[in-house]
Design a protein around this ligand. Structure first.
Ligand SMILES: NC(=O)c1ccc[n+]([C@@H]2O[C@H](COP(=O)([O-])OP(=O)(O)OC[C@H]3O[C@@H](n4cnc5c(N)ncnc54)[C@H](O)[C@@H]3O)[C@@H](O)[C@H]2O)c1
Length: 345
């Protein structure tokens, strides 16, 4: 018999990423029912309510008092993650929280403490949403590496680049404000490039980096160039850049092994290619990786729903998901100290 239990979810924050979560839910998460939407901007809440069929609210407190849901999906600017998460845990709700967990490590620690207390008291689930964990292309690379398709890994490089706000003006985005964002491009979009490297190469031990601010309007770094040394001893390169300009094509990831290379093309519809002795010109493993990346928002929310409804383990624990934020902060420390900086100490 089909399992008809559903997870009633409130979307808290109805901005850009809420749209991606909603599309993921609509297309791929049949066990999730969005029953409440919250935004301090009443117009945005009303528009999201019309789109989803959920009840609109203009504060989480109001939604917790009057709404009908078991879990909240927090989709807010970074400095607001803690207040919303603590409020939701206090009400005994399960919480999924967009990356990064918080704008500082101290705030993240307080969120984790509230999560642990709520888990003991009410059996709540806590997850940090990092959709790269569920990208079909990142999974395919992981499988190729595990199958020995490129032999022993020698090195890897990752390039994240693109606009974080509409080109050519508009109001100053909150992510340009260091007090709200907590950092720049590395902990924001760059996080989605750090996760696949961790999936493929293991845990990062230390980093050395240079940062810059080519985008003058952005308080945090809009450029970082880092060398990451993994616990395995393998060294990789991570670039993160938002230049406020149109950028050309190229590659997002290149993983080089003793037997070949894996390449992920940058840009809409980019492909995953394997180069080895049998395929010196490259074999297409996945065409249009971006279709799967959009669906990944649904897959990550399915993981959350399964943990709540079935008690299954999350693909990535909240502790593990701090790794991208810790890496970004180690990069910032290294840019200041001009030394190697440890990620986990
Ligand atoms: N996973 C990804 O690919 C990805 C992409 C973009 C953003 N994000 C993350 O998603 C989060 C939100 O980013 P965004 O780009 O959607 O921001 P956004 O500015 O587009 O949306 C945030 C929304 O929250 C509302 N809001 C602000 N304070 C509120 C409060 N106290 N209560 C209720 N609503 C409030 C705003 O009115 C706005 O509508 C951030 O953590 C960001 O890093 C992730």
């Amino acid at each position: 018999m089909a399992d008809s239990r559903k997870l009633k979810l409130a979307l808290v924050g109805c901005g850009g990423i809420a749209q991606a979560h909603w599309k993921g839910i609509e297309g791929h998460s049949p066990r999730i029912q969005v029953t409440a939407v919250v935004d301090t901007d009443a117009g945005r809440a009303a528009a999201m309510a019309a789109q989803t069929g959920a009840m609109p609210f203009t504060s989480l407190a109001e939604a917790l008092a009057q709404g009908d849901f078991d879990a909240v999906d927090i989709l807010l600017p970074h400095a607001q993650h803690e207040e919303a998460a603590v409020l939701a845990f206090g009400a005994g709700k399960h919480v999924v929280l967009e990356k990064p967990m918080a704008h500082t490590l101290a705030s993240a620690a307080r969120i984790q403490a509230a999560a642990q207390q709520a888990a003991r008291k009410a059996g709540t689930v806590f997850m940090v949403a990092e959709q790269a964990q569920y990208w079909p292309d990142a999974r395919a690379v992981q499988e190729l590496i595990e199958a020995g398709a490129i032999g022993e890994i020698i090195t890897a490089r990752a390039f994240f680049g693109g606009p974080t706000a509409p080109l050519g003006g508009g109001p100053r985005p909150w992510r340009y404000d260091l007090a709200i964002a907590g950092g720049g491009i590395t902990m924001d979009g760059g996080a989605h490039w750090i996760r696949p490297l961790r999936m493929w190469l293991g845990e990062i031990d230390e980093v050395v980096a240079v940062t810059g601010r080519p985008l003058a309007d952005m308080d945090g770094e809009s450029l970082s160039r880092s060398i990451l040394r993994f616990r395995s001893g393998v060294v990789a390169i991570l670039d993160a850049l938002t230049a406020g300009a149109v950028m050309g094509p190229g590659e997002e990831f290149r993983v080089t092994g003793t037997e070949g290379e894996i390449l992920l093309e940058k840009g809409r519809g980019g492909r995953l290619l394997l180069f080895d002795r049998s395929n010196p010109g490259g074999k297409v493993i996945l065409d249009n990786k971006d279709e799967g990346r959009a669906a990944a928002f649904g897959y990550e929310l399915n993981d959350f729903a399964g943990a709540v409804l079935d008690g299954t383990s999350l693909e990535a624990s909240p502790e593990y998901s701090l790794g991208e934020l810790r890496t970004a902060f180690a990069i910032y420390r290294s840019a200041e100290s001009r030394q190697w900086e440890k990620v986990w100490e």
